[in-house]
Every structure is written in C-alpha cells, then in structure tokens.
Write a protein that binds this ligand. Structure first.
Ligand SMILES: O=P(O)(O)OC[C@H]1O[C@](O)(CO)[C@@H](O)[C@@H]1O
Length: 667
C-alpha cells in the first residue's frame, strides 16, 4: 500500500462553528437564527460565512417555521452531520477536519495506482485519487459500508427497500431477470424486453405502418413524459442515436404550450407518420397528461386518429393505461410498481425509445448487468460504485456540503449531468432520515460539458467558492477508427479535448479542488448501460451511508399539491370574475374584492399573479391600472368592447348635458 502523507495540524477548519435555529414552539416568531464563525480555515471559512448569511436570511423570512430546514447544501452540511431532532443544535465537533491534499507528483502517481479501478471488459475506469480521503477515513467508513452492502443485498433479494411507499426496489432485476424474487416477475421482465424488441423491429421495418400512410412507414417518434419518464430516454438518445436514425426522436417534457407547439410545428406534415409514446409510471402526471391532450388536439385538427399511432408505457390500470386500453391505442407496455422513474432507463421506459432509434438495447442491458456484478462486491476498493460513494461522503462531509459538478468531455454525453441531477438529487435530497430525524440531506448536481464550460464556469470552479467537487467523464476514443486527422503536426482535434480535460483536472487540483475521473473507452450501448448502473448503485450505497430512503420523493408531492391549490384558486377567481362580468353594467373588481368573493382574503398576492397571467393571455382585462401598479388594478373578464360600451353608457348618462354643450362648443 502506498504511503499517503497527510498534514492534519495546520487547519482549524470549521472548528467553533455554532448555530441556533428557530425553535419549534409556536411562540418562536421572534426567534432569529444566528451563526458565529469563531475560527475557520481552508474551505471552511467560506462555507461557514455563506451559511451564516443564508440561515439568517431564511430565519427572517420564515420566523415561525416549525421545522427549520434549508435546501442550501452549505447549510445542510451543518444540519446533517448527525441525525438530530428538529431544532436541535448541531455541534461543530462532528465536522471533519480535512488534511491538505497531496501535491508530491510521485506520491500522487502512487495514489493513482493504488486507487484506480479498471474494468477491461467494460472499458471503464474510475479514478478517485484526486479526492483526498485518508486510510483512517476508509477504516472509519467500513462499518457504514458493511451496512450499506447488506441493505443492498436485501434490496436485490426483494426486501421492501422503499418503506414509505411499501415497495420493493427492483431496477437491478431489469438487466438480470433471474435475480427477481419470483418467477412471475422474472417472466414479466423477459416478456417485456421481447415485446419491446419485436414491436420496435416492426415499426422500424415498416411492418406496422402509420394508418394515414399505408404505403409508408413511421418516420418520427414523439415521446411525451417528464422527469424519470423523459431524462433517461433523452440522455440515451443524445449519447447513442445514429446520425441519421430511421426514426427521429423528439420530446415533449413540459407543460409549456409554446414548447409543445414548437415540437408539433417541427413535425409538420410528418405528424401523420409519427408514433407518439406517452410515458408515465403513475399515469396521472399533469404535465404528461397536458402534453397528451395537446398532441391529441393536433391529431384531431389534421383529421388523424391518434389511437392508431399512440403507445402507452405505464403501470397497469393507471389512468393512462385505462385510457389507452379503452381507446384502443396501438400498443401498451408495462411500467412496474417496483421500479422508480429515475431508475427506469432499463425498463420499457428507456428500452422502447432506444430500440426505435436502432440503439442496441441488449448491449445496454449487458453493460448494466456487468456493472452490477462489479458493484455488488463488498470490498470497497474493487467496487467502483463504493469508491464513488466513499468519495462523495468524504467530499461533502456526508452532508451535501459540496456540490457535484459533472463535466463530460464529450458532446454526446451532454445530458448525463442532467440525468444525474434527477437520479442523485431526487434520491438523496431528503428532509428526514430513515429514523425520522431531520437531516436535510442531498448533494446538488449540475454540469454541462467540457471543454465548452471552461469558457463559462471553470473560472469560478478554479478560483471562486470552493463549494464543489468535480466529476470528469473522459472518453478515450475521439472518433470512429480511420476518421482522424492531424490538424497541426502530431495533434488532432481530439487531442485538444483531451488536453483541456487533463489540464482542467490538474488546475483544479492544484487549487485544492477535488475531483473524480470516470473514463470510458468509447460511448456505446455497453458503456452507457454501465455508466447508468454505476451511478444507480453509487446513489443506493450512498443513501445507506447517510441513512435516507433513496426511493421516494415526498418533496415533489408537496410542490404538486401546491400547484393544484393554485389552479383550484384560479378556478374560483375565474368564477368570481365571470359572475361580475355578467352583470349589467359590467363590474370591474379590485384584487381585494376578488379575494373576498373567492373566499381567499389572504391570497391577494397569488390572485394578482393569477390575474396578471390571465391578462397576459387575453383571458382577462385590466379595467383600471396595470401590472406596474398592482394595488390599483381593477379586473374584469370578457370582451373589452363590451366593457368599453358599458363605460360609455355610464359616462353618457352621468355627463350627457355637459357633453352636449361641449359638442356644441367644439363645433
Ligand atoms: O412517470 P410519472 O409518474 O409521470 O412521473 C414523472 C416524474 O415525476 C416524479 O414523480 C417527480 O416529479 C418523478 O419521480 C418521476 O420520474
């Protein structure tokens, strides 16, 4: 084992950091959160001062918050170092004191050799040598890892690993059906893969034709879905679709009307040869439902029968499934209760769109299966997912104190960071741990691609706030064999990309910014499958290390509920405005009047926003005032002309004699 020297004495990082949070009692309205940084060093000072201002600000905004929480990674570091009851003080003594990163080139080379994970079969390497963890840290973490490996084995054997939802978690079975806990599930998985392959082959070959063009074949695929029902297919399409696929894949992944119109407009006359794949595990996600309704309207307007071109991927008996069955859509594929959206790339969710583009899904499954074998190992050093989890824990103090910046140096992997954003943040970003302690956990993920972003945010990464660790994704193969050329003597275009990546990795490290490098030989279905499986397992293991449920998303539900409440309020506002506008004369209402009549006297601000949105879309009108002076606006619905006539009548009856004289005078 190489000897890694660390110097622990010089850095009083984080020591003496203290905070108090608003009390949970109802009389805490006047309590204020304070943070004092008594002493800090290295990266701690910035994190601490940033935390200081953010927590004070949030305490001022929400003085009586019953459960003090913060989404800022810097603050969650402090909240989550150990499990604490809401409002309990978190001692700074639990924060790790980090050693200075090794700088001696020879020692670094030895560290690289010692920690390098290489998988020749997959053509994949993981290098964690530029994360500064120590042997002591590794020893300390071993019991946590033993627990994580045990939990993972239980999960794979079919335990209820998602206790809040009472669900099994079976995405590992998708690439190795024999692992599924019963023959029924095993058969279901195998059958689905076969059905995906044969349906895709029939569509691509033209055996199944679009009804409006009996002589032709499907030319486009429009995928409608969001979150885990879109990000995987988007990432894989960007990474692996051939330059000119037989079927081009497009996405509607939002309820943005202009975005939807854009996709439909781009399809143009090819709408008649478009296969529409609607993906939603729950079958009831509003954005996806809206996308479907918009597409169905476009079909109706062109006299097309949507059901003959629609495919549903969803759970059995969901709203979407029932709609597709009753309307007799072209095909339906199952999504399983035991697969989460963000880990569904190897289910029909990811496999069907990929297969339709001619991507070899069997190789993708094989890459994932091979990676699963490696990440099942219970020796940290030979388990690449464990190495990632270990590094994340070290880099973030096990509490998300630093962000994960993902930088693939390959255009085709552009969407990997976006894909990982959901996988990591929706899985790890949790308010409570498995015992119900307030922890505000997570790791913020962002990224784009290199070297492009060296011209955008690398400046800050190298010299600015040291609140991140980087993950470089390196691809060795620049171009398919035989296509390279030297654009200057001895140097290719790809050499520049390589140089940029290596240079950035070095420059960041030289300025004490830690990084992981994941290297793949080539971007192909095997390595893409392996990358997905690698991060799925790393997230699962890390979730065990920090003791959170990685497989639910209660926070998202809160947002959806709040959105539903806004829409419900909008309906009441509309009904109030309609009633007032049906009166003779038309009654224009102030925001306060609307709020009172809508039984929402405390929602004036939201009502203003609802009204402003309706006005911007010609569904209501400001009779008086405008967006610049919300307090003075008066609103009505209906035709402006009707309101103008009403105003004119009122004006005439009130001022008619004077007007007559005025007219006379003017003549
Ligand atoms: O597949 P569905 O049920 O439409 O959900 C889409 C996405 O919405 C979420 O539930 C959260 O918004 C994700 O977890 C999920 O991937």
């Amino acid at each position: 084992m190489a000897c890694i020297h660390t110097r622990l004495s010089v850095l009083p990082a984080f020591t003496g950091l203290r905070k108090s949070l608003p009390s949970t009692s109802s009389c805490s309205a006047s309590s204020s959160a304070t943070v004092s940084v008594l002493s800090s060093g290295f990266e701690g000072s910035h994190v601490a001062s940033k935390f200081s201002s953010s927590i004070v600000a949030s305490a001022k905004r929400f003085p009586a918050s019953p459960t003090p929480s913060s989404s800022s990674p810097a603050s969650s570091h402090l909240n989550a170092v150990s499990s604490k009851a809401p409002g309990e003080l978190v001692s700074s003594s639990a924060l790790p004191i980090k050693p200075v990163l090794e700088t001696d080139p020879l020692k670094l080379w030895n560290r690289y050799l010692e920690w390098l994970y290489q998988d020749k079969d997959l053509g994949l390497e993981v290098d964690v040598s530029r994360i500064g963890f120590t042997e002591d840290f590794l020893e300390e973490m071993k019991p946590k890892f033993e627990h994580a490996f045990r939990s993972m084995a239980e999960l794979e054997a079919g335990a209820i690993a998602n206790p809040d939802e009472g669900r099994m978690v079976g995405h590992y079975w998708l690439r190795n059906p024999a692992l599924a806990p019963n023959p029924y599930l095993q058969k279901q998985i195998v059958q689905t893969i076969e059905n995906v392959l044969s349906f895709a082959a029939d569509i691509v070959s033209g055996k199944i034709k679009p009804p409006p063009c009996p002589a032709g074949r499907f030319t486009q695929v429009l995928s409608v879905g969001i979150g885990g029902s879109a990000l995987g297919p988007q990432f894989v399409a960007e990474a692996l679709a051939p330059d000119n696929p037989l079927l081009k894949l497009r996405f509607i992944d939002n309820t943005d009307p202009a975005g939807i119109d854009h996709q439909i407009a781009q399809l143009g006359h090819e709408l008649s040869s478009t296969l529409v794949v609607v993906i939603s595990k729950s079958g009831g996600t509003p954005e996806t439902r809206n996308g479907l309704l918009e597409v169905q309207k476009a079909f109706r307007e062109k006299g097309l029968d949507f059901s003959r071109q629609g495919v549903a991927i969803t759970q059995e008996n969901s709203l979407l499934d029932n709609t597709a069955r009753i309307e007799g859509w072209l095909a339906r594929f199952p999504m399983y209760d035991w697969v989460g959206g963000r880990t569904s790339e190897m289910s029909a969710v990811g496999l069907l769109p990929a297969a339709l583009q001619g991507i070899n899904i069997e190789e993708m499954l094989e890459g994932a299966r091979l990676m699963d074998e490696s990440t099942r190992r219970t020796d940290i050093k030979t388990n690449p997912a464990a190495l990632l989890a270990l590094s994340w824990y070290w880099a973030t103090g096990g509490s998300g104190s630093k962000d994960m910046v993902v930088l693939p140096y390959k255009d085709s992997l552009l969407l990997f960071s976006r894909y990982l954003q959901q996988l990591v943040m929706e899985s790890l970003g949790k308010e409570y741990d498995l015992e119900g302690n307030l922890v505000n956990q997570g790791i913020a993920v962002y990224g784009n691609k290199g070297s492009t972003d060296q011209h955008a945010y690398i400046q800050q990464l190298r010299e600015g706030v040291p609140n991140f660790f980087a993950t470089f994704i390196e691809v060795l193969r620049d171009r398919p064999p035989g296509r390279d050329w030297e654009l200057e003597p001895g140097v290719t275009c790809g050499d520049y990309l390589f140089g940029m990546m290596q240079g950035t990795r070095q420059a960041l490290y030289a300025n004490k910014r830690e990084s992981i490098t994941v290297t793949i030989n080539d971007v192909n279905p095997i390595t893409v499958g392996a990358l997905i499986a690698l991060y799925e397992r790393a997230v699962g293991l890390y979730a065990s290390l920090i003791n959170v449920n990685a497989y639910h998303q209660p926070g998202v539900e809160a947002g959806k509920k709040a959105a539903g409440e806004v829409l419900a309020l909008q309906k009441r506002v509309l009904s109030v405005l309609n009633d007032a506008s049906c009166k003779e004369p038309v009654e224009a209402l102030t925001l306060e009047e609307i709020a009172a009549r809508a039984q929402a006297p405390h929602q004036v601000e939201m009502i203003y926003k609802i009204v402003a949105h309706m006005v911007a879309n010609d569904r209501a009108l400001f009779a008086e005032g405008n967006c610049g002076s919300p307090r003075s606006v008066k609103v009505f619905t209906g035709e402006w002309e009707r309101f103008r006539q009403m105003l004119e009548r009122t004006f005439r009856s009130k001022f008619a004699p004077k007007m007559d004289s005025l007219e006379t005078y003017e003549m």
